[in-house]
Design a protein. Structure first.
Length: 459
């Protein structure tokens, strides 16, 4: 048990399992089912997956443990947690900027995350109304293209999703979603297994597996490695304070390391199963693995459309995807809301409304980037591409790097030991070593090589 006397003004999880569920709910989301398959497809498959898995172990897990530890020690919004902890450790107050970086990242991510979650809501309706029964690949593609071309429809779903997110945040995390997630996450997993079984029997299963798990290093670029690392942060909700704020509601007596391992394993399993369900369908139907953000929306309806009971399972699948996105989105905005409550002395409800309106407005940029602004580009990226690249591949790894440096170097051994309260000295030292040397080095090397600087430096 840690010796930390602080408690959070925002509340505490009722048990260790509630924390595991909430953090897994945050980690498992669109990143696993929508993003992972399409970026793996765009970056050549196997080698990308290998780099991603390596990042999960070498960077993701140590940072996850560090983030929970910092959150629980500070027991406030990430900005204020960094403020107290840097003071306590006799370090520069500038460490607070880490909290600000996180709040900004969460806000930017939620703005587009909500638009994509809106696609999932739209697909619940399409599925349930039988649009995809006995459909062809071409028809599925048309439905997707028509959705993106319709700013009004996109805006409607985006608005609905932001409202749903803010309602939960306004009520406090314990208010309801906690219970829903407990049932929904396992259900999502079961449906993924059903899809996997379908892919095994009806898809080009071996081809799909080979694509995902045979590393062909000529297929991956420096940028691909950066995307794989960025995704390790994104999928585990790391580097922006989401896990930190959830950690701040964790009970003092619960084991941080064991909990973190569970979250990481669950998240990775969901992504891999999603990939194994999707690629066999891609290859069996002559679709393009590098089709981009539409990949799951163009493959799974095809499978559901042909499967018996597909109407039911398909509808259920997209409902669950919406819930997975929902339990992630609340953690994206929770750091900002808690900061407003702590520093501006306003109620949670008001803070939620303020954050919701701002995120909604920014999200309109993403809505338009798929249609009216599709040709408006900066560095060859649309507004959506730019936000996604900036947050997942730059801001989150940078935040994670700073977290590793703070927990690894700026914090005293004693504070860490007290907070971790572990009897496993060997494991503690292993974690500390990864955090001090391996994680920062890995992130910096990936940053440098993706800009081509590493090649120049090594001649
Ligand atoms: N981990 C979520 C997903 O994979 O969909 C996305 C996310 C949530 C990223 C919360 C960052 C975060 F703080």
């Amino acid at each position: 048990m840690s010796d930390n006397p602080r408690s959070s003004i925002h509340g505490q999880w009722s048990s260790r399992w509630v924390f595991v569920l909430a953090a897994t709910g945050s980690a498992v989301g669109l990143g696993n089912i929508w993003k992972f398959p399409y970026i793996a497809g765009e970056n050549g498959g196997g080698a990308f997956v290998l780099v991603y898995l390596l990042c999960i172990v070498v960077v993701g897990l140590p940072v996850m443990i560090a983030e929970i530890m910092l959150g629980r020690r500070g027991r406030q919004s990430p900005i204020n947690t960094m403020k107290v902890l840097s003071r306590e450790e006799g370090r520069s107050p500038l460490w607070q900027l880490l909290g600000w970086l996180g709040v900004l990242a969460g806000f930017l991510i939620l703005s587009y995350y909500s638009v994509i979650a809106g696609w999932a809501i739209n697909y619940v309706v399409e599925m349930a109304s039988g649009t995809f029964s006995g459909t062809s690949a071409g028809q599925v593609q048309t439905v997707f293209d028509e959705l993106l071309a319709d700013p009004l429809k996109l805006t409607m779903w985006h608005t609905l999703f932001i409202i749903a997110t803010m309602v939960v945040v306004a009520r406090g995390v314990r208010g309801g979603l906690e219970k829903a997630v407990m049932f929904l996450m396992p259900a999502l997993f079961v449906i993924l297994i059903i899809l996997l079984a379908y892919a095994m029997n009806n898809g080009a299963f071996m081809e799909g597996l080979a694509f995902l798990f045979t590393p062909d290093f000529s297929a991956i670029t420096g940028k691909g490695v950066l995307i794989a690392m960025g995704h390790a942060f994104f999928t585990l909700s790391l580097g922006m304070g989401a896990i930190m704020i959830y950690g701040s509601y964790m009970r003092s007596q619960d084991s941080i390391a064991r909990t973190a391992i569970m979250i990481v394993v669950a998240d990775t399993m969901v992504a891999l199963v999603a990939g194994m369900a999707i690629f066999p369908i891609v290859f069996a139907n002559g679709l393009e693995p590098g089709a981009g953000p539409g990949l799951v929306f163009q493959t799974l309806p095809l499978a559901f459309g042909q499967m018996s009971g597909g109407l039911f399972f398909g509808t259920l699948f997209f409902i669950l995807l919406c819930f997975a996105a929902w339990s992630s989105s609340i953690s994206l905005i929770e750091p900002a809301v808690t900061w407003l409550v702590e520093n501006r002395n306003i109620k949670r409800v008001t803070a939620s409304i303020v954050c919701g309106v701002a995120t909604w407005g920014l999200g309109m940029g993403t809505v338009l980037s798929f249609n009216l602004w599709a040709e408006v580009k900066l560095f060859d990226m649309t507004f959506f591409d730019l936000l996604d690249f900036l947050t997942a591949n730059i801001m989150l790894p940078l935040g994670g790097l700073l977290i590793a440096i703070f927990a690894g170097w700026a914090m005293s051994h004693k504070s860490k030991e007290n907070e971790m309260a572990t009897r496993h000295v060997f494991a503690f030292n292993g974690w500390n070593f990864l955090l001090r040397y391996v994680t920062p080095l890995a992130v910096m090397v990936v940053f440098l090589q993706s800009t081509g600087l590493l090649a120049k430096m090594t001649g």
